[in-house]
Design a protein around this ligand. Structure first.
Ligand SMILES: [Zn+2]
Length: 482
């Protein structure tokens, strides 16, 4: 049995090495010759981003102002929600970035209760898709996204990889990710062929197991990725099982959670490459991305207007000031998100970066944390696993606490259509895709309080926290990083 398992493991590693060889041959050709003709608008959006990347701050603000006016006049025409809340059209033509503060904040509860009014006729345009998200605050929301949004999102994602060093499209990329519960897009012949074409190797972040980590690492090592992309807590787990750094690795892009200085050190030391942090969400794409100066995150100003505001919604301007993040996405004409409160807290950075990019910076993003739940069988369940289970469910907010190795307490603030069937459906998914040995205690509550630090947390592990936090001595790093 053990021999069979070890033979399978080495076969998987050989498979990964072969995939890398084929991917190296076909993927650059795919990006050079296939993507342009088939997806001209993606290529155009990418070229635009590369062209504006080094623009000075004021020029970028001018671009934002032009895009904002287009978005506002579209919203005034197509969305009943915004028609009531936006000023008259002649004023919109003169609308400046500083006028944005006069508009009301869009809350997640508005999206939960009034999606159709906010979206209006925008959802009927060609290429509109639906997306679910809850950031990391446990508040599930649904939005529609336009084709223009998808193209700009593709472009900003590619630019993010380029910010991680000498990475070029077509170079091998490994993901520790879970875009769906089953990662089915990356399975079967179709999934494998697609992944080879774009030269990626996909590790399903929702089914990693501690006892199979050595096999995962052998496969990763055989593939020799140039870049690794993944959730902070999952990469920390992989890092702790790595005995030697990886050959040929340029960088690691972390996302979805606050990156502590300790986690950064653990990941960089283990993988042997620098970490580049990305801040983004499903609703609005990339908000900010770290550069090679590793001193805060550059806002992706071409795609989103980022405001950091005080308790009354007034924008803060002083570097170091800390407040709630409001986002206005400049390319989503399906569900316009204007001054949309994400539920994250960020600290403003200073202008002027040694890297030469002119965009404004966030010093750090605070308040995006989730613990990894370690199942009785050793399966590592990231907070996003639970977020995805709750997508589309009539639940306003939820939190999962692991109280003992076997016991999970699930607290929900119910929506109007919440029922016992909803509870049973989610329970059976947790048992089927998490671990059948879990015992689940459900609790319907009116409110889920923030933790002592003021953060909303989706998952809290009361038993295995020490297992995911570094316990080895780590080299000191500046404490204001994330
Ligand atoms: Zn920079």
């Amino acid at each position: 049995m053990i021999e069979a398992a070890s033979a399978l493991t080495s076969l998987a590693a050989e498979g990964a090495a072969a995939r890398r060889r084929v991917g190296d041959l076909v993927s650059p050709l795919f990006y050079q010759f296939a993507l342009g003709p088939t997806r001209p608008r993606r290529r155009e959006a990418f070229a635009t981003l590369v062209g504006t990347e080094r623009w000075p701050l004021e020029r970028k603000r001018g671009l934002q102002e032009r895009l904002l006016r287009e978005l506002l006049s579209h919203a005034a025409k197509s969305s009943p929600w915004y028609r009531e809340r936006l000023p008259e059209t002649p004023d919109l033509a003169r609308f400046g970035l500083d006028d944005l503060r006069r508009l009301p904040v869009l809350e997640k509860s508005d999206l939960q209760g009034h999606l159709d009014e906010i979206t209006g006729t925008g959802r009927f345009a060609n290429g509109v898709g639906e997306n679910n998200s809850s950031g990391s605050t446990g508040t599930p929301v649904r939005v529609y996204q336009s084709q223009e949004y998808f193209d700009s999102h593709w472009a900003e994602t590619a630019l993010g990889y380029l910010m991680c060093g000498p990475f070029r499209p077509g170079m091998p990329l490994a993901f520790f990710w879970g875009s769906q519960i089953y990662s089915s897009e990356h399975r079967g012949l179709r999934g494998t062929l697609h992944d080879i074409l774009v030269n990626i190797l996909w590790f399903d972040a929702f089914s990693l197991r501690r006892d199979r980590m050595p096999a995962t690492i052998r496969k990763l090592r055989a593939y020799r990725p140039s870049l690794i992309v993944g959730y902070v807590s999952i990469l920390t787990e992989v890092a702790r099982a790595l005995e030697l750094p990886l050959d040929g690795l340029i960088g690691i892009e972390t996302t979805a959670e606050t990156l502590t200085p300790q986690e950064r050190s653990v990941i960089e030391d283990a993988f042997g490459a620098p970490v580049f942090n990305r801040y983004g969400t499903n609703e609005v794409g990339t908000i900010a991305h770290e550069c090679e100066a590793h001193d805060g995150l550059h806002m992706m100003m071409e795609n989103n207007i980022v405001e950091v505001v005080d308790a009354d919604g007034r924008p803060l301007t002083t570097p170091g000031a800390e407040g709630q993040v409001l986002i206005t996405n400049l390319h989503n004409f399906a569900t316009p998100l204007i001054r949309y409160r994400l539920g994250d807290v960020a600290r403003l950075g200073t202008d002027g970066c040694p890297c030469g990019r002119g965009s404004a910076r966030l010093e750090t993003v605070i308040g995006r944390t989730s613990d990894v739940i370690v199942s009785p069988a050793g399966i590592l369940l990231h907070g996003l696993f639970f977020l995805k289970l709750f997508y589309g469910a009539p639940v306003l907010r939820f939190r999962v606490d692991q109280e003992t190795p076997n016991r999970l307490r699930v607290r929900v603030v119910p929506g109007a259509r919440y029922s016992d069937d909803v509870r049973q459906a989610i329970t059976s998914q947790i048992l089927a895709h998490g671990d059948p040995r879990f015992e689940l205690l459900w609790e319907v509550v009116d409110e889920i309080p923030r933790s002592a630090s003021g953060k909303f947390r989706v998952t809290v592990n009361h038993v295995g926290r020490a297992a995911v936090m570094p316990t080895d001595p780590v080299r000191p790093e500046r404490s204001d990083d994330h």
